[in-house]
Design a protein around this ligand. Structure first.
Ligand code: PEP
Ligand code: MN
Length: 363
């Protein structure tokens, strides 16, 4: 598959002057809940109502969705509000039921995208459809797997496609429920600039207080849309309670977000510059996180050395590190002088950390 302008026809057809907004609850809970949220969203920037009917849960025993019954609620919400509808499909049977219920957009969940067999089945069940299919990134940070899923739909003659970035799972606990790894989405965007890219800040965050910042980063990186979990009573939602926001909060957030519009060459220049700057910000953030992690390990080394009465500075080890880093630096077009400066500073900070630990241990 190569980049094609036609990939974004479905999105352009909306003629929106703001990013596409998909909003609604994590799960459809009751008919009244779906209808109430749809009415609260109807006169906002949200064009599409989302609600999960079949909920993939990592562990059994959590709410697994209301099933096919919920499709009728989405249909009713569409009739009453004019909003388009979207839900997750995870097998060919779901596809048949969703098509029967005339759901407008189908999304493929992160736990489905990981499996080429299931993706292939779903793609074949949808062959030639003019419905839009949005493919969430797989739970593991693997761009090829994500693209592979997009290609499976494309080769079944499904041309209304888009991708949803919902972050990647990590064993290590971070401030995110799913680590954004922005670079993966940026790489995908560079390869397929016309494939609509939508941010799902809710599943990246896992908590509502950082949804706004995530959306701003997404918009600064030129994302085409946002999918935000929205519920009138987030704390009592049957799934993903901590990350949902109210429709009113969504409206306020859309007012507060800085949305860039591409018109005129100066604006275009600024947009490009902003996108590149945001890419740099993302990497700087990773640098700081990694430096922090490195110093935590230094603390552990400091403790170990103090316990064993070993001196902090070990010249042989240090020279080995420098030699290795200079060679690695060369492969990445980084000068020897630069590597020396950076690593001397890193080494000094590491020694300071180890000294502090040794002092605390009274060594
Ligand atoms: C969801 O959108 O509610 C969902 C289950 O998402 P994901 O597949 O990204 O975990
Ligand atoms: Mn959810």
């Amino acid at each position: 598959m190569e980049n094609k302008k036609e990939l974004r026809n479905w999105l352009d057809a909306f003629g929106l002057d703001h990013p596409l907004v998909i909003a609604g609850p994590c799960s459809a809970e009751t008919e009244a809940q779906v209808l109430k949220i749809a009415h609260q969203l109807k006169d906002t920037d949200a064009t599409v109502l989302r609600a999960g009917i079949w909920k993939p849960r990592t562990r059994p025993g959590n709410f697994e969705g209301v099933g096919a019954l919920g499709l009728k609620w989405l249909q009713k919400a569409k009739e009453e509000t004019g909003m388009l509808t979207t839900t997750e499909v995870a097998n060919a049977h779901h596809v048949d039921l969703a098509l029967e219920a005339d759901i407008d957009i189908l999304w493929i969940g992160a736990r489905t995208t990981v499996s080429p067999f299931i993706v292939q089945d779903i793609a074949e069940a949808l062959k030639g459809t003019d419905k839009t299919v949005l493919i969430k990134n797989p739970v593991n940070p693997d761009l090829a797997l994500w693209l592979g899923a997009v290609e499976r739909f494309y080769t079944q003659d499904i041309k209304n496609l888009g991708v949803i970035h919902r972050g990647f799972s990590t064993y290590e606990k971070t401030r995110y429920r799913n680590n954004p790894e922005w670079q993966i989405a940026v790489d995908l965007q560079n390869k397929f600039p016309d494939l609509p890219l939508i941010l799902d800040p809710s599943h990246i965050a896992g908590r509502r207080d950082i949804i706004h910042d995530l959306c701003q980063t997404g918009l600064d990186l030129n994302y085409d849309g946002l999918m935000v979990e929205t519920h009138y009573d987030p704390d009592n939602a049957w799934s993903d309670a901590a990350q949902q926001i109210t429709p009113a909060t969504l409206v306020q957030m859309m007012k507060d977000l800085k949305i860039r519009k591409e018109v005129g060459t100066e604006v275009e220049y600024n947009n490009k510059l902003n996108t590149l700057r945001t890419q740099i910000d993302v990497i700087d953030h990773q640098l700081i996180e990694n430096l922090g992690k490195r110093m935590k390990i230094s603390d552990n080394i400091g403790e170990l050395k103090a316990e064993n009465n070993v001196s902090i500075l070990q010249t042989k080890r240090w020279n080995e590190i420098l030699g290795k880093m200079i060679l690695e630096g060369e492969q990445h077009n980084l000068s020897e002088e630069f590597i020396l400066r950076v690593f001397k500073a890193v080494h000094q900070e590491s020694i300071n950390h180890q000294k502090k630990v040794a002092q605390m241990q009274g060594a």
